[in-house]
Design a binder for this molecule. Structure first.
Ligand SMILES: C[S@@+](CC[C@H](N)C(=O)[O-])C[C@H]1O[C@@H](n2cnc3c(N)ncnc32)[C@H](O)[C@@H]1O
Length: 237
């Protein structure tokens, strides 16, 4: 598949960034600001070490998005997924709550544009994205918060645009399954939510995002106690 040369969003396609997310993300933002450098060191700067399914899902996502369209990596962290997707030929803009994560992302992935903002109030104009990713970025959010994010995902996607969601599976996403108090070598304060694929699909479906495919991968290694879910959806045209 060939892609036209990458393009960045114009200023008219961006809206003013919201540096403080309304979803009460101070603890999440602060935790990720603290771990940003260690996260990039420990998790890696690309997707080379990821299981084959992850790379496969991302390839399907890129090939399902309209050629030439800008793709958003929402909750992009240090930009490892944005950089991988850019390497597959897509133009990418990354958005994240944490200025610390974004600093590392901008340093390590110069081919990607980045903006600060929360997923319940994205700094992007309506209908501007041909595809959007939330790759483990909803894992600190309750079902109610994900519902508010889903409205934003639907708003910023163009009709027919593709959404790809990666998350940790569990029986119920209404309350944290656990709390992370120490991660990547630092003290943090992060609620961890896990949910069934059916629940994730239903929340997104309420906002006109229609499931086209799902992958459930069994856990790998000790750091993954539950299966991992990946859902591809399309915004109704
Ligand atoms: C587990 S990390 C995943 C980062 C990246 N997607 C990856 O796979 O490496 C979660 C990221 O989501 C971001 N995040 C969490 N809640 C967010 C929100 N409400 N709005 C924007 N970003 C958020 C965090 O700052 C963090 O960078």
């Amino acid at each position: 598949m060939t892609f036209p040369p990458p393009r960045a969003l114009t200023s008219a396609e961006k809206t003013v960034a919201s540096p403080v997310a309304p979803e009460g993300g101070a603890a999440v933002r602060g935790s990720y600001d603290t771990v940003a450098e260690s996260y990039a060191e420990l998790v890696g700067r690309g997707m080379e070490d990821e299981a084959v399914w992850e790379r496969g899902v991302l390839r399907v996502f890129v090939e399902s998005s309209a050629p030439g369209a800008v793709v958003g990596d929402l909750g992009c962290g240090t930009g490892r997924v944005a950089g991988y997707v850019r390497g597959l030929g897509a133009s990418v803009v990354g958005v994240d709550l944490s200025p610390g994560m974004l600093r590392v992302a901008a340093r390590d992935h110069a081919q990607v544009g980045f903006a600060a903002g929360g997923m319940t109030r994205l700094p992007l104009a309506s209908g501007v994205l041909g595809g959007a990713l939330t790759w483990y970025s909803t894992v600190h959010s309750s079902d109610g918060q994900v519902d508010a994010m889903a409205a934003e995902f639907a708003r910023v996607l163009a009709p027919g645009g593709v959404l790809c969601v990666a998350f940790m599976m569990g029986p119920d996403g209404s309350a944290p399954a656990s709390w992370l108090r120490h991660a990547y070598g630092h003290a943090v304060q992060l609620p961890v939510y896990r949910r069934p694929v059916d629940d994730m699909s239903a929340i997104l479906g309420r906002h006109g995002l229609v499931e086209t495919a799902r992958v459930v991968r069994q856990p790998v290694g000790q750091h993954e106690p539950t299966p991992q879910g990946f859902v591809l959806l399309r915004r109704a045209a």
